[in-house]
Design a binder for this molecule. Structure first.
Ligand SMILES: [Zn+2]
Length: 96
C-alpha cells in the first residue's frame, strides 16, 4: 500500500504511514464501506430472508383462503426483495 502523501511503501492495512505519519486508510473510505455492505448483504441477508420466509410459508399452508392469499403475497415480495439484494450484491462486488 502506497502513502498518498509521500508515496512511501507501507504494509497492507496500515492505518498510518510509517514514514510521514499521515492517515492512509482515509483515502479508501468508499471501498471499505462497500466491502462491509457487500459482506452484510452477501452473508447475513440470505439468513434474514430465510427466517422471514418461514412464517410466510406457514401462512400459505393454512386452509383459510384469505390467510393463504396473504402468505402467497408475502412470499412473492420476499423473493423479489431477495433477487434485488443479489443483484445489488453482485453490482457492489463488481465495483470493488
Ligand atoms: Zn507518507
Amino acid at each position: 500500500m502506497k502513502c498518498p502523501k509521500c508515496e512511501a511503501e507501507n504494509p497492507e492495512y496500515a492505518p498510518h504511514c510509517q514514514k510521514c505519519g499521515c492517515l492512509i486508510k482515509e483515502s479508501y473510505p468508499r471501498a471499505n464501506t462497500l466491502s462491509i455492505v457487500g459482506i452484510v448483504i452477501g452473508f447475513i441477508m440470505p439468513f434474514v430472508f430465510l427466517l422471514a420466509l418461514l412464517p410466510e410459508i406457514y401462512l400459505y399452508t393454512r386452509p383459510e383462503q384469505s390467510v393463504k392469499k396473504r402468505g402467497k403475497k408475502f412470499i412473492e415480495v420476499t423473493l423479489v426483495l431477495f433477487v434485488v439484494m443479489i443483484i445489488v450484491w453482485a453490482f457492489i462486488n463488481k465495483v470493488i
